[in-house]
Structures are given as C-alpha cells and as structure tokens.
Design a protein around this ligand. Sequence first.
Ligand code: MSP
Length: 518
Amino acid sequence: MSKPTYYITTPIYYPSDNLHIGHSYTTVAADAEARYRRLKGYDVMFLTGTDEHGLKIQRKAEAKGVTPQQYVDEIVAGIKELWKIMNISNDRFIRTTDDYHVAAVQKIFKQLYDQGDIYKSSYEGWYCTPCESFWTETQLKDGKCPDCGRPVENAKEESYFFRLSKYQDRLIEYIESHPDFIQPVSRKNEMLNNFLRPGLEDLCVSRTTFDWGIPVTFDDKHVVYVWVDALSNYITAMGYGSDDESDYKKYWPAQVHLVGKEIVRFHTIIWPAILMALDLPLPEQVYGHGWLLIDGGKMSKSVGNVVDPVQLVDMYGADAIRYFLLREVPFGSDGQFTHEALINRINADLANDLGNLVSRTVSMQIKYFGGKMPAKEDRLDCGPVDDIKALTSGNLEKVNELMDALQFPTALTEIWKGISRMNKYIDETAPWVLAKSEDPDDKKRLAGVMYTLLEGLRIASILIEPFMPETPKKIQAQLGLTGKDDILKWENAGEWGLYPDSAEVSKGEVLFPRIDIK
Ligand code: MSP
C-alpha cells in the first residue's frame, strides 16, 4: 500500500536582505510538523520558497544599480543558506521567478480572463507605494496607510480585476461548513465577521506602473500583481499548469498552509476564491499563527529591533533556537522574544532538565556498571517506575494528538513532563545510596533504576526528533544506541522495555552548555 501523503507549506518569503528570527517562526514550525509526519510514515511534501516580484524589489535593485533578478538571486541564496543553518527539511523550494511558475501563472491568468473571472477596468484609490497597496478612504488610518502608517497618494490606474465578490456566498458557506478550514477558531470568526459578511470587493490583480512582475500575455502593459502570482505557488510548485502534473495530482489539496496571522485573509478568502474559479479543491486547512514580538511590537527591519537568526544559531545552536521558538509561545498567540527568556529556556529546560539528566545517567551507569546494562535477571524494579512509564511511553498518544493539531508548545510540555519526572526519580531512588548498600538486592535495584532512566531517555530522544534534529543522535550515541534503528522509530516511543541488555553507554560532549546571563 502506498503511504498517505501530507503536503505542508510555509508562505513564500519576500526577499529582504536579512530575515529576522520572527521569519524563522513559520518555517521552524512547519519543519517540526513535516518531520513528525515523516516519522509517522507519511509521504511528506514540505514546500517553502520566495515571493520575488513587485515594485519594492524593483526599486531596491535600481538603488543598488543591479537588475531585479541579480538583486533577488543574491538574497535568495542567503535565505536558502539560513534554512540550511536552521536544519529546515523542505522537500522543495519555489521561486516566483522560476520559469515553470511564470508560465503556469500566465496560463491561470489567461484562463480566468477567458472565462470572465478577470476583467479590465480602472482603479482609483489611495495608494501606499512602500506597501504596494490600494486603500479605500474608510480603510485609511488618520489619512495614512493602515499597515505602515506612511502617507498615501491618490492614484488611478488601468487594471485587471478578479471577480472576488462573486465568490462571497460560496466562501461563507464553505467556511461555515468546514470548521477546521481556518484555525485557530478566533481567526475564522475574524474572517467571517470583519471581511466576508460585510461584503467583498473585486480585487485588483494587475499593474501598469512597474514591470518587475509576470507579464500578462494578452496585454503587455500589465504585469500580474502580487497575490495571483504568489498564492498560485502552492499548486505551480507541484507542476500544476505544466506538462507534468503528477505531483499536483499526488499532493494537492494541501493538508495545511501554515501562515502568520497577517496573511490569513489572503489565504482564506482570495486563495480559495481563485481555486473555486479554477474549479480546484481547496486546501484542508489554513493555520494562522501569532507573531513574535520584540518590545511589544512586531519585529521588523524598519523598526530596527531585528534579531538575526544566523547570529543566534551561531551562539546557541540550531536545536536550542528551534526549541525556544516552538516552546515559548502558545501556538496561535503572539509572544515576546527576549534574550533573557531565550537564555532562561536554554539553561532551565535544555542544560538542566535534559542535558544534566543525560550526563548524570551516563556517568552513573559507567560508575556503577562499567557502562554496560546488567541482564534482566540482575535487575529489580525500584521506585515509582510506573510514573515514568506513564509519562514517557504512555505519553505517545497525547503527543501524537497535539502534533496532529499543530500544538507544538503543549507537545513539548508533555515530553518535558517525562524528563522532569526522571530527574525527580533520581533524587527519590538515590542511586548513590543503593550503590553503597551491602544488600545484593540493592545492587539489582540500582540496575533497575539505571534501566528505567536509560529506557526513559531512549523514548525522550525519539520524541524530541521533530523539534531538535541534532540532539537525538547525540543522546542516542551516549546511550549506546547508535545504529539500533529498529528501536528508535517513532512508534517505538510508545513501547516500554526496548533498551537492549548489554548496551553500553559512553560519555559524550555536554549537550547544552549553561549560558552565563552576563
Ligand atoms: N510574501 C508574503 C507571503 C505570500 S504567501 C503566498 C509574505 N512574506 S513575508 O516574508 O513577509 O512573511 C513570511 C512569513 O514570516 C509569514 O508567515 C509571516 O507571518 C512570518 N513572519 C514575519 N515576521 C514575523 C514575526 N515577527 N513573528 C512571526 N512570524 C512573522 O508575507
């Protein structure tokens, strides 16, 4: 039987000179989900990419004295490098300047025009040049752009329009009858109440005032304007509109588009309407996560509060940064990024709870048993082993459920319950006391304690894999499990008692060095 498919996407990123840690948020979350699904046996397609057209890029390239293509090429290389540094396991990377995407978008635009879903008219409104957005009088905030607060100009332009209004009722009906389509629920209500029910206007989908965009094939004054170009990436990347649509047939509809909350509207109104017009199925879910805030505001280059992810990874390692992003903020809500919070997490959860547990366990096993696990008949259960079992192997179902629902922070909280419980278990059973005892059963109990810890750690090392791609291998090497893949599969985290007799631990490097807050 073929594996079930799981298609997950991030938005395609604007090529800005340097992405900040907030940008990494969507991608790291999507990566954890993609890794989890692969471990569960899905045939995963994880897509990310770059959204490279528009006036802003054209202007920046002009200012630098290079062509827009040269300008984006350099930045996109940096973005790809960043994802490599952060261990992002995307299966594909789409650039909206890729030939196949350009051709497919032209085909889509022409089809929508031929069938009457796109028509020519003119646009008059308040235009914000940096945001490339037209606003109506009522949308302006104090007469300025509601997004960036900068001045707007009155502008009129011949444009093609997409008949978005035509899809309003179908969209409402669809969203109401598919409760999981927009998540979290608060965002669904926001879309219905703030945008759909008040009424949709047709959408401007071409521009004549700049040329860094995909040319409209039947009217060469026009280039396709952002959203039809950008949103289509999710199907063109799968070959839709090309000679080979096999991946499109295999993976579409996507299981989830993971996006930041500010672009939920585009993904749950404009994109589904385009798909309806093309008579294609809609993605199963659009999940809008919150923002990572610095000093209360959304992190952005223009505000000057950027935190460079490359520097952070350099300082603390990719696994620590990934852990922080996925653990700190309830998924769906906004959360603060501070260096202090990051260092606290690293010190408390990673250096203390996990790192110390591994190093203490390995050291004790070496000290008491020369590193080698005594045979079953030489072990006795000791202390509240059932508690440990319940919070490790007994936890797999819960972790699965949370990962199915993209609840990364709570999944990590569950996993850490087992880790914390094991630390407490060491104090409760006091192996150093058992080691000094003359009673031969105490020696067996000591072996039982070590077994419980090593087995619990085997399980924990599997469960953290979606979040931290580097650490599990390091832990498993110290536990003496390298190469024992038949007990390190995802489902093996739900079985107690697989740590092999005679496995031999070895001391390794410190997993997460404590960070001096100074
Ligand atoms: N190009 C559009 C998306 C088109 S999708 C068809 C875009 N690009 S972006 O580069 O501005 O944003 C990419 C992703 O980064 C979005 O999901 C956005 O929400 C996310 N983030 C950017 N800054 C962020 C924070 N400070 N915090 C969390 N995520 C944020 O939008």
